[in-house]
Structures are given as C-alpha cells and as structure tokens.
Design a protein around this ligand. Structure first.
Ligand SMILES: Cc1cc2nc3c(=O)[nH]c(=O)nc-3n(C[C@H](O)[C@H](O)[C@H](O)COP(=O)(O)OP(=O)(O)OC[C@H]3O[C@@H](n4cnc5c(N)ncnc54)[C@H](O)[C@@H]3O)c2cc1C
Length: 499
C-alpha cells in the first residue's frame, strides 16, 4: 500500500459525480493506493441518482439500451447482470426489458456508490457523503477550500465540478407566473398543480417533452396536450443494436484533414460531408436530404413509418451514428468555435432528432395519443403573453407563415437543459465566473482541457487540481448528456488525480 494523502471534493452527486467517486476508488485499489479521501457533496441529500434517475414514475424509461450502461469494472453489461440478480425489481410491468425505468437505474447507481464506499474502506481510503450546497471555491496555492452554504469549509487537493443539468433560460420572463412551469422536474410540481381536465401546452417536442407528456398521461390527464416547437420534429425511433464499421467518420480521416489544414482545424462543411457520405454508405443508397432537414409529411405519418422501420430491425444510419459516438467530442473539438456555433444554429435540432432516438414503447404511446386526438403537434416561432385574467396567449407563426393564437391555461417548458453557464441558476457557478476561476465557453459550459477535463484559466493555462465533468464541459466535449461519455471523462479525471 502507498499512502498518497490525496483529498478530492466532488461537487454534485448525480450519475457523473457518483461514477467518478467509484472510478477513483477502483483505480486507487488497482494501484494499491491508500489514504485517498473523497468528499461527495450533494445539495439534495440524495447521493447517487441525480436528476434523470430519481423520477418516481416507472413510465420514465431509459432512452439508451440497458446493455450499454454498466459502470462496474468498465463493463457495459454490468447493469444487465445487476438487473438479472435483482428479483425485487418488478420486471413484469416493463414494456421492454432493454429499456428499464430510469429509477431502476437510479437504484443501480446507489449500488455503485455503496460498492465505492466499501472499496474505499478496504484500501484504507474513504468516501464521505456530504449533504449541502457548495457556494464558492477559494484556491490557496495548489489546494482548494470549498465553501458550503451553511458556512462549513471542505479543504481538498482536487475539486471536481459536476453540477449537472439546469433549466433553460428560454421564457424565463414568465418565471413565477401562475400556470407556467419553467422545468418538467420534479414531476410532483406538475402532478400536484395541473388539473387533469385542463389543456396544457408543452414547449418542445424532444425527449424532455416526451417525458413530460408521459408525466401527464400517467397522472390520468384527460384534456388536450399540445407540443409546440420551432420545427415540430419528434425524435426518431430506435431500431435494433448493430456494430457498424465507420468508413468516412473515423479518426484517421479527421487527422489527415487536420494535418492538411493550415489553421489546425477542420470545417463544419467537411464534417457535414463526411457524415452525409457515412449515412449514405450505411444506407447503401442516396438519401433524400431535403426530406431529412425539412420533412413534409404529418408527424403522425412520419411516426407510423418510423415505428415500422424500428420494429423491422436494424436502422443502418442509427448504427452508423452510434458508432461515431465516441469520436464526436474529438470532431467537435477539431472545428473552430465559429463552426461549432454554426452547427448549433443550423443543425443542432435535427442532429438531436436523429442521434438520440426514442425507444419504440414511447413512440407507440405518442402515436396512440396523436391518433386519439388528445395530442397535437404544432410547429412555429412563438411569442408568449400572460393574460391579465390568467392563462397565456401564444402567437404562433408557422414555417409556412400562417399566424394563429394558441390559448392555454398551462405551459410546461420542456425545451431542454441550459448550456450557457452564465445563465445557470447556481450561486457557485456565478461566483466562480465572477472571480474568473472558470471561463464561459461560447459553445456552452466552460473551458477545460480536452483530454483531462482540467479547468482552464483565461490565459489557457490549466488550473492544476480543478476539473469539470458532465454538461458543464459541453463546449469542449459536445456529447455530455449521456452516461457513457461522462463515464469516459470521469475515468480520465480519476487517472489525472491519482497520477
Ligand atoms: C430527464 C433526463 C433523462 C435522461 N435519460 C438518459 C438516459 O436514458 N441515458 C443516458 O445515458 N443519459 C440520459 N440523460 C443524460 C443525463 O444527463 C446523464 O446521463 C447524467 O444523468 C447526468 O448526470 P450528472 O451527474 O452530470 O447531472 P445531474 O443528474 O443533474 O446531477 C448533478 C447533481 O449535482 C447537484 N448539485 C448541483 N450544484 C450543486 C452544488 N453547488 N452543491 C452541491 N450539489 C450540487 C445537483 O443537486 C444534482 O443532484 C438524461 C438526462 C435527463 C435530464
């Protein structure tokens, strides 16, 4: 055993912070390191599941297949093994064993944390679970003091910012208005405050909007529900898993173009071309790209076709996009900041529609609700006015330029998470920005080193010992809204801390 006397404060004990704590202890035990002290700080007091995996509703299912989400020993199948060993998890009620309820994954994360605590004790290390909000960090030479809202201070050699997801600032002018819900979480806010016999408008049509629809349906909602989004596109539907060999979107090709570039970056146009070539190679035929970017059929018709395709088996373009997943951060980081901005402006939504498809079981729920007439999907640009007698009037101008007014007593904002850190509702993040310890990245999150996730100061130099993990690194890592990429980043942070 080598006594290392390492102390680490992890701020945020959602999936990311929890997996990092586990990986630190696993790697410490592999290296026979002892004396590693981890403080795992969580303001909600519920260490482990975080926002996504503590929903009480079992109808909120994983969007990714269970056999990709194992944490222990870096084995993707570990979660499935855990499921098989848990007879108390009521699998009978699940529609599809590949997509368990997210709160079951939350229980698995609890197990990961328990194991991490035990592993630590075996190696004369420790994990201390701290309940409270971190509100500031002072840097003292090569050490840090984390200040807590109750006045407490935690001293550590390394600090990791893993604060997770924050509500989007879109429509924040309505915050506090009766009938307006700025975020679909926690679901109790919606279940307790929206009557079942009133119409509801859900802003957005992506995975968050679908979770919100499911919240309302599970609560027995009877009245009309409208999805309102800029393009009205639902996520595609997931086909069967398939190992695809990339032909165009691969590291060798990216590196070759990088070496030929005098700016040491590749253009978004090149990346777009590589992806289009890859999709066509996967499909084995030319693709009608106009139809991808601007589909003309109704949402119901598109969804019917998407469900049939998914039920028929492998969807080749999905297999290709999944295969490119581990490389997307590298590609993103190889483009200029301006090109990344262009992607966000012009392609972010359509990327999300195709790259993050929904499980068939959710697609069928939406289709049934559309067919029964309870759900309506509207697309268009909007401005929202709160009426003087309550309720809202939403001016909608569709993409065809047709204006209409949507009246609704309730709006739920499900347009997704905020990526601009200057808009995060977090005392800690605001203070760190103000004192210049973290710098907002124009593509979201903060500046960190691509390989180690070490936070960078304004000059571009690493701040030794300060790291960031999860959505807060979006500008650098791009794919930060999934267990798998955050697990890869936390492994690298654990290596850097124990080096
Ligand atoms: C609704 C939803 C569903 C998702 N479904 C999937 C899925 O099926 N599969 C998948 O791979 N990914 C999914 N994701 C992506 C998901 O974001 C990641 O998988 C992961 O859960 C993110 O974990 P996190 O720890 O980074 O963030 P969070 O879960 O948000 O956890 C961050 C934690 O930090 C705490 N915190 C923040 N600030 C402080 C502070 N100052 N002091 C103390 N504590 C603080 C918060 O209370 C919170 O508990 C989903 C995301 C959402 C939002």
């Amino acid at each position: 055993m080598h006594n290392r006397n390492i102390s680490v404060a992890i701020i945020g004990a959602g999936a990311s912070g929890t997996i990092l704590a586990y990986q630190i202890m696993e790697k410490a035990s592999q290296r026979s390191d002892s004396g590693v002290k981890v403080y795992l700080i969580e303001k909600d007091g519920d260490h482990g599941p975080g926002l996504a995996y503590k929903t009480p509703l079992s109808a909120h299912i994983l969007n990714m297949r269970a056999d990709t989400l194992g944490v222990l020993n870096g084995d993707p199948l570990d979660f499935v093994r855990w499921l098989k060993g848990h007879d108390d998890v009521s699998k009978a009620s699940w529609g599809d064993l590949n997509y368990p309820p997210r709160n079951v994954y939350g229980r698995y994360l609890d197990t990961v944390l328990d194991l991490a605590v035990k592993k630590a004790a075996l190696g004369s290390s420790s994990i201390e679970l701290i309940t409270g909000e971190a509100v500031d960090i002072d840097k003292n030479g090569r050490a840090f003091s984390v200040k807590m809202s109750d006045g407490g201070v935690i001293n550590a050699n390394s600090v990791i910012l893993a604060p997770g997801n924050f509500p989007g600032a879109f429509l924040s002018e309505l915050n506090g208005t009766k009938g307006y819900f700025p975020y679909p979480w926690p679901v109790s806010e919606i279940i307790e405050n929206i009557p079942m016999d009133q119409p509801v408008c859900i802003m957005g049509a992506g995975l968050s909007a679908i979770d919100t629809l499911i919240t309302l349906l599970e609560n027995g909602h009877r009245e009309k529900i409208t999805f309102l989004s800029r393009n009205g596109l639902l996520p595609k539907v997931q086909g069967a898993a398939f190992d695809y060999q990339l032909k165009y979107v691969n590291k060798e090709t990216i590196d070759r173009f990088l070496s030929e570039s005098d700016k040491n970056s590749i253009s978004f146009d090149l990346v777009k071309r590589l992806y289009m070539d890859e999709m066509e190679a996967a499909a084995g035929n030319k693709i009608n790209w106009l139809d991808i970017f601007n589909p003309q059929e109704s949402a119901t018709r598109i969804l019917e076709k998407d469900i049939s395709r998914a039920e028929a088996g492998v969807i080749s373009y999905q297999a290709a996009l999944t295969a490119s997943g581990p490389l997307t951060g590298y590609i993103w980081n190889s483009m200029s900041i301006d090109d990344r901005m262009r992607f966000d402006r012009e392609y972010k939504t359509v990327w999300a529609v195709y790259r993050h498809p929904m499980p068939v079981i959710n697609a069928k729920k939406i289709l049934n609700t559309l067919k029964s007439g309870q759900l309506d999907i509207q697309q268009g640009r909007t401005s929202v006015k709160a009426g003087s007698k309550g309720g809202f009037e939403i001016d909608v101008i569709t993409r065809l330029g047709v204006p209409f007014v949507l009246k609704t007593p309730y709006i739920i904002n499900a347009t997704g998470q905020e990526i601009d850190v200057t808009k995060f509702e977090s005392k800690l993040i605001k203070r760190l920005i103000n004192k210049g310890l973290i710098i907002a990245h124009p593509n979201g999150g903060i500046f960190v080193d691509f390989c180690t996730s070490c936070v960078k100061e304004k000059s571009g130099k690493d701040i030794h010992g300060l790291y960031a993990l999860g959505e807060i690194t979006r500008g650098v890592h791009f794919f930060t809204n999934g267990i798998v990429p955050n697990m890869v980043s936390s492994g690298r942070i654990a290596d850097a801390i124990l080096a």
